[in-house]
Design a protein around this ligand. Structure first.
Ligand SMILES: NC(=O)c1ccc[n+]([C@@H]2O[C@H](COP(=O)([O-])OP(=O)(O)OC[C@H]3O[C@@H](n4cnc5c(N)ncnc54)[C@H](O)[C@@H]3O)[C@@H](O)[C@H]2O)c1
Length: 343
């Protein structure tokens, strides 16, 4: 694995959109440790992962802006003087993207364009990393899935992610802006929302196990996925941002190792020591957006950036289960108000 000089983040200005959510808050913790000057922008969109408890232990070390990425006036100020921008804000609920496609379009497409325009006008040299999704591929026609696999998005969330990614690449090409794009697989870990099962299946299984309930495995549980631990994703985001060859490029981000939902459920029950698993029929909403087997070919990111996932699934699950056993009250019923204002 390549060595990156993380001291390059020391004193640097970093903007994280969606910074109160799962990926954004975990990244913020790491960047604060590295001495970066971190600003989080998040509008606390209901039913998504924004939660003040996610930053309770770093709240004095970050600036929080409760803004909307779709607001060009706010974004034009927020992007100024930033060295790095991690664009993680999004409407991430696949089921909601079918129920409310116009909201998805507004946030995932227009919000991305607002950010890019703000950067073009006021900070065209800021390095931007965009978190797209493996959902852009839809149903796989060949496995493992390489970056040139055809795109057959199954839902509006995935369609808008394709468009947002292409906007990033156009701004890299036409305006010479340093934008790098990721297509991220299913990611799990601490600080993810635990209110509902509409996105984040691994975390939802963990909730069920912690509560001693059956984990609902759709169909026969044979569908394959690539499950990535949040710590590995955070290292990936940092390394991509520091890698000049990554700009103007798109990378799959995953472990490259297929695991079936049946295996996943059995491992969670074993590691938790509580719960059980049971097979159940797909709901109609689920069947509509279910793309089938997926695991990533990660040779491009390994070759260009030098990143690869290193956390065994068992280790990541054990750490996640321990986190939620300790902080269950902060997540089970939605975002807590702890840490909302400095004492
Ligand atoms: N977690 C995964 O498995 C996964 C996989 C692939 C891609 N991604 C991408 O990573 C990014 C982060 O996802 P996450 O898992 O942390 O989800 P999350 O729900 O925990 O975080 C998303 C955050 O974005 C905020 N947000 C939404 N609309 C906004 C707006 N208009 N302005 C400002 N903030 C807004 C929400 O309030 C929330 O805090 C998303 O773009 C998602 O598509 C995540």
């Amino acid at each position: 694995m390549r060595k990156y000089d993380y001291s390059r983040f020391e004193g640097k200005r970093v903007l994280i959109t969606g910074g109160l959510g799962f990926v954004g808050s975990n990244l913020a913790h790491r960047l604060v440790d590295l001495g970066a000057r971190v600003t989080l922008v998040d509008n606390m969109l209901p039913r998504l992962g924004g939660n003040f408890f996610n930053i309770a232990d770093i709240r004095d070390a970050v600036r929080v802006n409760l803004g909307d990425i779709c607001n060009p006036h706010s974004m034009e100020y927020l992007v100024r003087r930033q060295d790095y921008i991690f664009h993680l804000a999004g409407q991430v609920n696949h089921v909601d993207s079918i129920r409310n496609p116009l909201q998805d379009l507004e946030i995932n497409c227009r919000g991305t364009l607002v950010l890019l325009e703000a950067c073009r006008k006021h900070n065209p040299t800021a390095r931007i990393v965009f978190s797209g999704t493996r959902g852009e591929y839809g149903s796989s026609v060949q496995l493992p899935v390489t970056e040139d696999h055809p795109k057959n998005p199954k839902g509006i969330y995935a369609v808008n992610n394709v468009a947002a990614e292409m906007m990033m690449l156009v701004y890299a090409d036409v305006h010479g802006m340093p934008c790098a794009c990721l297509r991220i697989t299913n990611t799990y870990g601490a600080r993810h929302q635990m209110m509902h099962d509409e996105y984040g299946v691994v975390n939802w299984f963990i909730r069920k196990a912690v509560d001693g309930e059956p984990l609902p495995v759709f169909g026969d549980g044979g569908i394959l996925r690539d499950f990535l631990y949040i710590r590995d994703l955070v290292e990936c985001l940092l390394q991509v941002s520091l890698c000049p060859d990554a700009y103007g490029e798109v990378f799959n981000v995953g472990t490259g190792k297929p695991v079936s939902f049946r295996e996943l459920a059995a491992l969670i029950v074993e590691v938790a020591g509580t719960g059980s698993y049971a097979f159940t029929d797909f709901t109609r909403e689920r069947a509509e957006v279910e793309p089938g087997d997926y695991y990533a070919d990660v040779s491009k990111i390994r070759r260009v950036v030098g990143w690869e996932a290193t956390t065994p699934l068992r280790t990541g699950l054990a750490e996640t289960i321990a986190f939620y056993r300790e902080y269950r009250d902060q997540y089970w019923n939605g975002p807590s108000e702890d840490g909302l204002w400095p004492e």
